[in-house]
Design a protein around this ligand. Structure first.
Ligand code: PGA
Length: 246
């Protein structure tokens, strides 16, 4: 299965910056990994236009669980789809922290994304304090159970999971390869137990300070299906170096 390198721009990306990131991606040539960029909502439609025909995917960073309604400032999954997005990141730890998002809310958003034809990328990950007291597996297990839907209109969950230890996000610290291997194996076994063959095929991304210098090692860990990249996705050169890392 091809690995996916997903760029999470977070709250970065005025028009000129978006163009400078996306321009080189259009001419990246043949890659062994798939590329996805998740710009802020204001840049989605323009990014979709710039990347038309390139094979690079575009995604949102959040969506509301409802299709429409009186929710000032929110964006629904059908709106993202309408703007040309194919994916949406859900339950990122920054949204869990900044907006108090809970597992049931993330589950509802995941269902809404799937119903709108978007592939959800559902984020899970423990804090440093939780890892120190050996609760990393319990926390991630509970997040998986709570935020992934059992099914959606008859089919199994067909999204992507991103494991992002919170202490590794934007800090320059990454999990060791052994820790990543153990957690990805745990997530794979949870997904397989719940979803059978579909769980065996689910992409499980690693996120948290992925850089051109550590990408090859992290992407070689068993059950790592790609990377969710924050800071290093804001420079096309670094993002492409991660996509090409060997
Ligand atoms: P980072 O962010 O690569 O800057 O650590 C990753 C993320 O939050 O998705």
């Amino acid at each position: 299965m091809r690995q996916l390198i997903a760029g999470n721009w977070k709250m970065h990306g005025l028009t000129a910056e978006a163009e400078s990131i996306v321009g080189p991606l259009r001419h990246a040539g043949v890659l062994e990994r798939d590329l996805l960029v998740c710009p802020p909502a204001t840049q989605i439609a323009a990014t979709v236009r710039m990347l038309a025909g390139s094979g690079v995917g575009v995604g949102g960073q959040d969506c509301h669980a409802a299709t429409h309604g009186a929710h000032t400032g929110d964006i629904s999954a059908p709106m993202l789809r309408d703007a040309g997005a194919q994916y949406v990141i859900l339950g990122h730890s920054e949204r869990r922290q900044d907006h108090g998002e809970t597992d049931p809310q993330i589950r509802a958003k995941t269902q809404a994304a799937q119903a709108a034809g978007l592939r959800p990328i559902v984020c899970v990950g423990e804090t440093d304090a939780e890892r120190q007291v050996d609760r990393a597996f319990a926390v991630v297990g509970a997040q998986l159970l709570g935020s992934l839907p059992d099914s959606f209109t008859g089919g199994a969950f067909d999204g992507i999971v991103a494991y992002e230890p919170i202490w590794a996000i934007g800090t320059g610290r990454t999990a060791t390869e052994a820790d990543v291997a153990a957690m990805h194996l745990f997530i794979r076994s949870e997904l397989t137990r719940r979803f059978g063959a579909a769980g065996q095929a689910t992409l499980i991304l690693y996120g948290g300070s992925v850089r051109p210098t550590n990408a090859a090692a992290l992407l070689a860990v068993p059950h790592v299906g790609g990377a969710l990249v924050g800071g290093a996705s804001l420079k096309a050169e670094d993002f492409l170096a991660i996509a090409r890392a060997k």
